[in-house]
Design a protein around this ligand. Structure first.
Ligand SMILES: Cc1cc2nc3c(=O)[nH]c(=O)nc-3n(C[C@H](O)[C@H](O)[C@H](O)COP(=O)(O)O)c2cc1C
Length: 198
């Protein structure tokens, strides 16, 4: 079976962000598999304004040129891994804005999540699963949560994430689910009778 094309989205943009470490960690794990290919998408490379279009691009093409580039890039993938923090128990604003700036490009594709923070960004990720439903995405059951003392040890103590060995099985389970959904939904999208359904 052909590899599915997975985008790993780095969801925070501040200069001092921690996000690169978990993004590189999951990229390294995913890159060892022969059933998917990965590319890292950094929201820093898509500096879109706060949503400022006449409508979602579900209905009206976006005018903003960076948004157009973002939509074109998002469209390339069969599924996504969102690497995310939680800001004040919610989804980081840069990520919510980037989600809002596309619509058909997300549709009928799976979403998986790697979170980090005091509770592994679990609260933000549950919110992202609800948002994913509106975007007509299929969120995976399993997410990876780098949390509590382990998060502090990596964030402030410089401990490599690879030393949190229990996360490895967790990541494998999540990627297995992501690949299953990506293949299933890719096949469905490519069958005209099904992909025409609302
Ligand atoms: C504005 C802001 C709000 C935060 N709120 C939370 C929170 O609700 N829960 C949490 O676990 N950590 C919270 N934190 C701490 C983050 O987990 C930590 O700073 C993390 O490194 C943020 O991700 P980033 O470095 O990729 O931006 C917050 C951090 C910031 C900057």
């Amino acid at each position: 079976m052909a590899k599915v094309n997975i985008g790993i989205i780095i969801s925070t943009t501040r200069a001092a962000r921690f996000a690169d470490k978990p993004a590189n960690w999951i990229k390294d794990i995913a890159s060892q598999r022969d059933d998917l290919s990965v590319e890292v998408l950094d929201l820093r490379d898509y500096p879109m304004p706060f949503f400022d279009e006449v409508a979602s691009n579900a209905w009206v093409p976006s005018q903003n040129e960076v948004a157009q580039l973002w939509q074109k890039k998002v469209a390339e993938f069969d599924g996504y891994i969102f690497v995310t923090a939680e800001y004040n128990r919610g989804v980081p604003a840069a990520l919510k804005n980037a989600l809002d700036y596309a619509y058909p490009e997300w549709n009928k594709k799976p979403a998986a999540f790697v979170g980090y923070g005091s509770v592994g960004a679990a609260r933000a990720i549950e919110q992202l699963r609800l948002i994913a439903v509106e975007l007509q995405m299929a969120p995976t059951r399993t997410g990876v949560h780098i949390q509590g003392a382990d998060f502090m040890a990596v964030w402030k103590g410089g401990k490599p994430i690879t030393e949190l060995t229990y996360l490895q099985q967790n990541a494998t389970d999540m990627l297995d689910q992501l690949v299953w959904w990506a293949n299933a939904l890719k096949a469905a999208r490519e069958r005209p009778a099904i992909s025409a359904a609302a």
